[in-house]
Design a binder for this molecule. Structure first.
Ligand code: FES
Length: 548
């Protein structure tokens, strides 16, 4: 539950921060532009400069209008370009317009509309275009037929004339357009209205309320946990890190990466917390496995680090090659031999500004004591001004002979032992690294088990190590492309890799399968969900996500 509250608190805060930024920017714009600058009326003649009616009123006779509309609510006479116009307001609120000279319906032609537009305009421009329109998005609430007169001037003035009445409906121009968008952002009213009373703003209010409440809940939890107490006990993760013990973590103790596993031994070990139930299997929890960032130091039980064999490793880059357009293969050597299992990963120390960042990469070959191959996906900058992936770019920019420090090996993404199960590998993208190590290791055994490898990529040119996998007849290699280009002559499987794997699994005996999954988070999530829906127990599935 707390994980959900944290997750929702984070995303709601992002939405609110964006909206607050919009309020600030639009509010600042209103302040510097002022009412006149936003009105669109910079070149509009003011009301009191219109010609007087007095002279006209003496020339007309209201008698016929009174007779035709005895129950009219109001009958008025106005001047339109020097011609009298009756405006008859009926009891239902509708207004009818008549020519006071002929008593016939008033009509507005293109020439009159243009004349009226120009008489309402006192700017330096001239008419550029006249267009018949049915209402306009620029005039909220006006949906009648009329004319739009475009004036060529420095503000791109547009004047709207109503056809039925010949009234000037509105003047619009570029400053008004900018102001209109500022109002939409400020009022969160993207329909063009300027009202605070709508669903979106109610939702924003509820979001803000949730943000405050969840903040209070999380604050209360931190206080209860003693996080603000300078004398509080450390978590086991903090303790081991302070002691210089090798322990993996990519979330800094947030309880989301699942890398900081330890095993607690004793009769009084703490119950698993929500983060542990989410990240560890029932078998692992029963065996006393916990996340070291979730429990504070205690003398009630013993703590066993999973990585007793972990050590510092000084690596030297031996060679590098571009494996696919986005994945680079880096081969490092170490002067000291390192013991590790296929599927394990190393934690690289990446110097960045004044700190050392941790990045995790799996070894992409079966174990070799002094030679380590890694597949690094080069993360480009997501947008201009945002830095590209720090760790991946640092490593990919190293040249042969460069040194880098790492610690390891870590991880329990390893082959099952002592059974005759079919080994099913499902992967995508850079998730190929540990799977390749596992496959190589299995095929190098005295009597390898049956292996099938589903590998998903977007395009054919992104199929890593394709030749190697296709060459080995002991491996059933099934590549799947999700975005086949028209130019590709691809006759293989298409779609998402987990869909192809699920079709193959249908009808198989679930008890005779060991499944290994590694890939980008969406692919991993979809595959695990499909496997769960298919009824494969979590214990039969091994997966590696580096806690991404
Ligand atoms: S450090 Fe414990 S889950 Fe990430």
């Amino acid at each position: 539950m707390i994980r959900f509250i944290q997750w929702l608190h984070r995303w709601v805060s992002l939405i609110l921060v964006i909206q607050v930024a919009l309020w600030l920017v639009s509010g600042f714009f209103f302040s510097i532009t002022g009412h006149h600058g936003m009105s669109g009326h910079q070149y509009m003649v003011s009301e009191n400069s219109k010609p007087p009616l007095k002279k006209l009123a003496t020339q007309v006779d209201f008698t016929e209008m009174y007779q035709r509309f005895p129950s009219a609510h109001l009958i008025e006479l106005v001047s339109v370009a020097g011609v009298g116009q009756y405006q008859v307001t009926l009891a239902d609120g509708n207004v009818l317009y008549f020519n006071a000279n002929t008593n016939e319906n008033w009509s507005t032609g293109e020439a009159l509309a243009t004349q009226l537009a120009l008489s309402s305009y006192n700017g330096p421009g001239h008419v550029e275009a006249v267009e018949r329109v049915m209402g306009s998005d620029e005039v909220n609430g006006w949906e009648a037929s009329g004319f739009r007169i475009d004036i060529k001037d420095d503000l791109n003035t547009r004047i709207y004339i109503d056809e039925a009445s010949s009234q000037v409906v509105e003047h619009r121009n570029t400053p008004w357009t900018i102001a209109d968008w500022a109002f939409r952002l400020h009022f969160m009213d993207y329909t063009g209205g300027r009202s605070f009373n709508h669903l979106l703003i109610w939702s924003a209010g509820l979001f803000a309320l949730w943000f405050s409440l969840s903040g209070l809940i999380l604050l209360g939890r931190n206080i209860t946990n003693g996080d603000f107490n300078p004398n509080r006990k450390k978590t086991w993760l903090e303790y081991f890190q302070q002691k210089g013990k090798p322990i993996a973590s990519s979330c800094g103790g947030g309880g989301t990466c699942g890398l900081c596993k330890v095993t607690l031994q004793g009769s009084d070990i703490p119950s698993p917390k929500a983060a542990e139930k989410a990240l560890l299997s029932a078998n692992e929890l029963d065996a006393g496995m916990r996340l070291s960032c979730q429990h504070r130091t205690s003398t009630n039980y013993e703590v066993k680090l999973h990585n007793e064999g972990v050590s510092d490793i000084a690596l030297t880059l031996d060679s590098k090659r571009q494996l696919t357009p986005s994945i680079m293969e880096l081969t490092f050597v170490s002067s000291e031999p390192v013991n590790y299992e296929a599927g394990q990963f190393m934690q690289f120390r990446i110097p960045h500004l004044n700190e050392i960042l941790s990045r995790h990469y799996s070894v992409a070959t079966r174990p070799h004591p002094t030679r380590f191959v890694f597949n690094v996906r080069q993360l480009p900058s997501p947008s201009e001004g945002v830095p590209p992936g720090i760790g991946s770019n640092y490593l990919c920019n190293l040249e042969p002979g460069a040194h880098v420090d790492a610690i390891g090996p870590f991880g329990d993404f390893q082959l099952t032992k002592q059974n005759n199960h079919t080994q099913v590998f499902i992967g995508g993208g850079a998730g190929i690294a540990p799977l390749r190590a596992l496959i190589q290791s299995e095929l190098a055994a005295d009597s390898p088990r049956r292996c099938i490898f589903f590998y998903g990529a977007r395009y054919e040119k992104e199929l890593c190590y394709r030749d190697e996998f296709e060459r080995d007849e002991r491996l059933n290699y099934i590549p799947v492309l999700s975005e086949v280009a028209k130019s590709d002559e691809w006759a293989g499987h298409t779609g998402f890799v987990h869909e192809t794997a699920m079709k193959w699994l249908a009808g198989k005996n679930k008890e005779t399968l060991d499944i290994y999954v590694c890939g980008p988070p969406p692919m991993l999530e979809a595959t695990l969900k499909s496997l769960a829906d298919f009824g494969i127990p979590r214990e039969r599935i091994k997966f590696d996500d580096f806690g991404i």
